[in-house]
Design a protein around this ligand. Structure first.
Ligand code: ZN
Length: 405
């Protein structure tokens, strides 16, 4: 049985439960726009058209968005798939973890699958990685016409596991792929290019990847381009596990660039009907700039893997706009010590959000325990709010879309 909170919550109830959080994070008008979009959402489970409707508010918009494609820990449930989060930034989309079924989840969104060219894996537990081989084969057929390889980042062992999986299934990745491994211990024999021994058994569609070592600042500098930089820090889990910090490389676009790239949605947000930038007065431009938060520092999103201790990222994650944190443990006093040394409760997530001064905390990776228990998610959110000291917390659900402003 599914809980009322999970399945039968009406859109109005969902908005009432989340509006305060949304308002704290976003300005009032944008929150109102989001609330109107949420009114279109049916929380009841379903497929096809119903799920596509959930994305009506996101369709066609630019900017920075997080879309939760899987929010369940360990096993998929009727309403939650295993871990996968898409981060869209302009025309780029990165995936963080790729549980089984992630490709199908993605097909229920308006994302252009061909735009995904990087996948970041937090750790090698099956609920975070089992979808990768199939995803590569499927997306490889799409990317081939763009002549663009898929890059996968993750722990040591990922490269060999993907080779074995693809080879055993006669899988092909027509666009080609490469695996960059995060190496735990500094070893001078490890170059930034894959070693000869690991290249020996490479898959026929594999290109050489890099072995990325920990830098002097205790972080793995994973990748960087003109738009985004991704760093990683090691977390405490029962297998090697990383958290990723994604930060814009440049300041936010200026008003003209934004209005030029997405005039419709911004006009909608500020209730201005003008489409020509030259017709907007100076005071209106000032108002728009304030509303859109232009000329502020670059946006930062932190996505953690499974963890019970994330202190390695205290500095790198500081002042994150959005922190995505697991909340697997429901009742701390009721779980064995081994779980407490592996996962987090919502209280622990809230404390980390407070420690890094995160503006917005999104809880995810929920245990099957929440099924059939009406108030558990609300309790988890409240615990995280109390621990963070801020009213900035929501619980993710599959297909939740959050725009990072
Ligand atoms: Zn795990």
């Amino acid at each position: 049985m599914m809980s009322k909170r999970e399945v039968d919550q009406t859109p109005k109830e969902f908005i009432n439960n989340n509006h305060n959080n949304i308002s704290m994070f976003m300005n009032r008008k944008i929150a109102a726009t989001l609330s109107r979009a949420l009114m279109k959402i049916s929380i009841r489970g379903g497929a096809g058209q119903e799920e596509m409707r959930r994305f009506s508010s996101a369709k066609g918009k630019q900017g920075m968005q997080l879309v939760f494609l899987g929010t369940s820990a360990a096993l998929p449930t009727i309403s939650r798939n295993t871990s996968c989060i898409a981060l869209r930034h302009g025309i780029t989309t990165y995936l963080f973890d790729c549980g089984e079924g992630s490709y199908r989840q993605l097909q229920k969104t308006p994302f252009r699958i061909c735009k995904i060219n990087k996948i970041f894996i937090t750790h090698m537990h099956g609920d975070h990685v089992m979808g990768v081989p199939g995803f590569l084969c499927s997306i490889g057929r799409t990317l081939i016409k763009y002549n663009q390889p898929i890059e996968v980042y993750g722990p040591q062992g990922l490269r060999d596991w993907l080779r074995a999986s693809l080879q055993a299934c006669f899988g092909r990745v027509e666009s080609k792929y490469m695996v960059h491994e995060l190496v735990l211990k500094e070893d001078k024999s490890l170059a930034r290019v894959a070693t000869q021994s690991s290249a020996k058994n490479e898959h026929e569609d594999e290109l050489p990847g890099e072995d990325i070592i920990c830098s002097g600042d205790g972080l793995w500098h994973v990748c960087k381009d003109n738009n985004l930089e991704v760093k990683a820090g090691i977390l405490q889990h029962n297998v090697p596990c990383w958290g990723y910090v994604v930060e814009e490389q440049i300041g936010r676009s200026n008003l003209e660039q934004i209005l030029d790239s997405e005039p419709r949605c911004n006009m909608e947000h500020v209730a201005l009907q003008k489409t020509d930038i030259s017709s907007i007065s100076r005071s209106e431009k000032e108002k728009l700039s304030n509303i859109l938060g232009l000329n502020k520092r670059s946006r930062k999103v932190v996505i953690l893997g499974d963890t019970c201790d994330s202190r390695s990222l205290l500095v790198a994650a500081k002042d994150a706009d959005v922190l995505v944190h697991e909340a697997t443990i429901v009742r701390e006093h009721d779980v064995p010590e081994s779980i407490l040394r592996t996962h987090s409760s919502s209280r622990m997530a809230g404390e980390f959000a407070k420690a890094i001064n995160a503006k917005f905390l999104i809880l995810t990776h929920f245990s099957g325990y929440i099924l059939g228990r009406d108030t558990v998610l609300v309790d988890l959110v409240n615990e995280a709010k109390n621990a963070s000291g801020k009213d900035i917390v929501i619980a993710a659900k599959d297909f939740l879309t959050v725009r990072v402003l």
